[in-house]
Design a protein around this ligand. Structure first.
Ligand SMILES: Cc1cc2nc3c(=O)[nH]c(=O)nc-3n(C[C@H](O)[C@H](O)[C@H](O)COP(=O)(O)OP(=O)(O)OC[C@H]3O[C@@H](n4cnc5c(N)ncnc54)[C@H](O)[C@@H]3O)c2cc1C
Length: 380
């Protein structure tokens, strides 16, 4: 397939649908959910009704069947509305990537089919108190017991943790084997021994749910294991290669919102007898924003496109994630600066954007970890 920067009719329709939804359904309630920290159920349900959920799941199970690139386009628009609410809408799709990649036909029909047809939610459970960047240090155990496994351990910082119906859980069958001991399981929330712990009170993206999930002697049938034993680490990395371009695109959407608010403000705010936009210092901040947004979007699209072509995109996915996340932090910080004192006040939207941007440098692998991954690819 040749490279084109022109979106086709289907992609433009999708972009329009997501942008209209962001402006009509997300933006008007973004500040309210940021303040309350409640989960935005009405918006998430509506997104499912209009077909903006489960977009990358295959069509035969009721998903949108979208390519990685198409998902980036939607992701940017939803985060343009509010990155926290966008996470609530799209994390189920992300959490189910291991099922799409490693699930057998029966598992796909059962889990993806049910999630797509009912709007049920899922969460991806990787991180633990002692295993963050170092995924191979996971210590949630999966002990074989006849035809079942017994899962025990605690997961922290889990997006959708307290609202999910299904958990995709990474655990170790043998901790001494490090990354070679990992494997993944689908665990329904109602299974005995599963409890939702503390819901985190966050700096930003407060509409998204982030909670602890505890598994205590949870009996899981072997039929719920995704792929073979020992394949878990590879599966997490493959999952991140698919999810990072979309996360980068959400950073682009958030950055675009910050740039638009800043441009508008700079044109209307006057000091020293003229709009502040006529100061070169302000112009340069705005032009840097536009440049960073364009560069981040192109990296995200390229990383997604490589994945869609079935090519290795580990390096490009990491490049897109770190570039877009770091750009979002710079852009939102400058947006507050352009707004002066008003930018620091909650009545204006940019202080929320700055808080929302920070976690983009942390989740789905920190910016430092993305740089390590890029370097590792260069050394290959
Ligand atoms: C809002 C939110 C939502 C999240 N959602 C999910 C989710 O849905 N599912 C899930 O499993 N996890 C989730 N996470 C967890 C997230 O992926 C981790 O927080 C992240 O991977 C970092 O792990 P850590 O917090 O333990 O930090 P650590 O790994 O302890 O890192 C601390 C610092 O050290 C740096 N560092 C660590 N190792 C190195 C190294 N080798 N070289 C250089 N620097 C290094 C890091 O970059 C960071 O700056 C979420 C986190 C947050 C805050």
């Amino acid at each position: 397939m040749s490279v084109s920067f022109k979106l086709d009719d289907h992609q433009m329709a999708l972009q329009g649908l997501a942008r209209d939804f962001a402006l009509a359904e997300i933006r008007p309630v973004a500040a309210q959910y940021d303040k309350s920290g409640e989960f935005p159920w009405p918006v998430v349900k509506k997104a499912w009704e209009v077909g903006l959920s489960n977009l990358s799941m295959p069509e035969q199970y009721g998903g949108g069947g979208l390519s990685g690139l198409d998902s980036c386009i939607v992701s940017e628009e939803l985060a343009f509305g509010c990155a926290g609410i966008a996470a609530g809408i799209s994390i189920t799709d992300l959490a189910c990537i291991p099922i799409v990649l490693a699930g057998d036909e029966e598992q796909k029909q059962r889990y993806l089919g049910e999630i797509c047809s009912t709007g049920k939610m899922a969460a991806l459970c990787v991180t633990e108190p002692e295993a963050g960047s170092d995924v191979s240090a996971i210590s949630t155990t999966a002990k074989k017991s006849g035809d079942d496994y017994v899962l025990s351990g605690s997961k922290c910082f889990i997006t959708n943790g307290s609202v999910a119906d299904y958990y995709v859980v990474f655990a170790t069958t043998d901790k001494s084997m490090g990354q070679k001991g990992l494997c993944a399981f689908v665990v329904p929330r109602e299974t005995q021994g599963v409890t939702v712990g503390k819901k985190e009170d966050k700096m930003g993206q407060r509409a998204s749910d982030t909670s602890e999930v505890v598994f205590q002697d949870v009996l899981v049938p072997s039929a719920n294991r995704l792929g073979a034993e020992g394949q878990g680490f590879k599966l997490i990395m493959q999952t991140f290669n698919r999810s990072r371009p979309a996360v980068a695109s959400s950073a682009v959407g958030l950055s675009r919102a910050a740039m638009e608010y800043s441009l508008e403000y700079a044109k209307t705010r006057s000091q020293f007898g003229m709009p502040i936009i006529f100061n070169q210092a302000i112009m340069f901040m705005l032009s840097d924003m536009a440049r960073d947004i364009e560069a981040s979007r192109l990296l995200a699209w390229k990383a997604a496109w490589l994945g869609d072509m079935g090519l290795d995109n580990a390096k490009e996915a990491a490049m897109a994630k770190v570039t877009a996340a770091d750009a979002a932090m710079r852009i939102t910080t400058d947006a507050v600066q352009i707004h002066g004192g008003y930018g620091y006040i909650k009545d204006y939207p940019v202080e929320k954007l700055m808080r929302d941007a920070k976690v983009l440098q942390i989740y789905e692998g920190t910016s430092q970890i993305q740089k390590l991954l890029i370097m590792r690819s260069m050394l290959k």
